[in-house]
Write a protein that binds this ligand. Structure first.
Ligand code: FAD
Length: 332
């Protein structure tokens, strides 16, 4: 079977590995002119690490984090702590570009932007913006939030959440855990991605810079103050697509179900999709195997939008009491 994959992100590259192992002939088409060298961090939870290990992906460059702490915005009081070492596979953090490099095992054609796909019943043609075409037995849309392939399968416009994620990497010898400061309308995440390197993600309302963390815990202010360059991106929300395939065209990862980054599960779900697709006898079975889990993760993540950002008051105090007695779900 000849399979064309649109998008060389984490989902598309994992699908290429998993399907090649099943004997398929995979070609990945990526709009970027060159491989992704994103130096900022990504957390890969044990569910996805276990799948990558089964595929033989070497993640030796990653950092194993053993705990995640939720902290109060004003003074860093620990509100809740999750032991991340109890899931059978490690919880890993790393530079995103190193992860995609480790996943790049098959042919990737760079500088190829898919304009649309056409299924004529006996095969699927990918039409590229430069006018060229390629024909395949199956096409996988792994082209992310603004998927051109989804426009054919299940058209929908992502909705602006009004929040911006700002990412930076600083030099710091930090404890080997994930720390999340929760505060009114915003939160900040810090975790190591290599010895002496700390990844920071600040999620704030759009247009509220330069100092959206005034009055916060001096520790988090100190970390943020050391960041040089910030990579800023708006966060979008979109419920999982009502259908994930049409004929011989199928969606995986963010193309099928973008997930807000409140529980660090979007890439993990893209990896799970890729593996499930390679295992499934047909596209209907694939979607059936994934639909409920993806919906649950989407809902959990969306709940984070409200719960992470509660203003001080009765709701926040209830949340904090709950965090103290019940450690969070192992996804996060
Ligand atoms: P993408 O990573 O978006 O990859 C899509 C690829 O397709 C890209 O390379 C793109 O250039 C290419 N492409 C797009 N359109 C076309 C086209 N028309 N033709 C050809 N190529 C095309 N998830 C986690 O699990 N852990 C985390 O710690 C985490 N942190 C996050 C932090 C932030 C700030 C954000 C915004 C997200 C985070 N996520 C995290 C979510 C995660 O980044 C995404 O869910 C994941 O990248 C989805 O992978 P994907 O392969 O489906 O799509």
């Amino acid at each position: 079977m000849r399979i064309g994959i649109v998008g060389a992100g984490i989902g598309g590259l994992t699908a290429a590995i998993a399907l090649t192992r099943q004997g398929a002939d995979c070609v990945v088409h990526e709009q970027r002119p060159a491989p992704d060298d994103d130096g900022t961090g990504i957390q890969i939870s044990p569910n996805a690490v276990a799948e990558l290990r089964k595929l033989g992906v070497d993640l030796d460059f990653a950092v194993e984090v053993t705990s995640r702490e939720l902290l109060r915005w004003a003074d860093g009081t620990v509100l809740g702590r999750t032991d991340l070492s109890r899931y059978g596979a490690p919880y890993l953090t790393m530079r995103r570009g190193l992860l995609t490099a480790a996943l790049r095992r098959t042919d990737v054609h760079y500088g190829r932007r898919c304009a649309t796909v056409r299924d004529d019943g006996s095969g699927v043609t990918i039409e590229f913006t430069d006018g060229s075409r390629e024909r395949y037995d199956l096409v996988i849309g792994a082209d992310g939030l603004r998927s051109a392939v989804r426009a054919v399968v299940a058209p929908a416009e992502p909705i602006d959440s009004g929040l911006v994620a700002s990412r930076a990497v600083i030099r710091s010898d930090a404890p080997p855990g994930v720390r999340v400061w929760l505060g009114p309308g915003r939160h900040c995440v810090a975790y190591p991605i290599a010895p002496g390197l700390l990844n920071l993600v600040a999620v704030t309302p759009a247009g509220r810079h330069p100092d959206p963390f005034g009055g916060w815990d001096p520790v988090v202010r100190g970390l943020l103050g050391r960041a040089g360059e910030w990579d800023r991106r708006a966060l979008y929300d979109l419920p999982p697509a009502p259908v994930w395939h049409r004929g011989r065209v199928v969606l995986i990862g963010d193309a099928a179900h973008p997930i807000l980054p409140f529980i660090a599960q979007g890439a993990a779900q893209a990896i799970e999709d890729a593996v499930a697709l390679a295992r499934s006898p047909d596209l209907t079975a694939f979607r059936a195997s994934r639909r409920d889990r993806v919906r649950r993760v989407y809902e959990l993540s969306r709940a984070g939008l409200r719960v992470h950002h509660l203003p001080d008051g009765p709701g926040q105090r209830d949340r904090d009491r709950g965090l103290a007695v019940a450690p969070a779900d192992g996804h996060d």
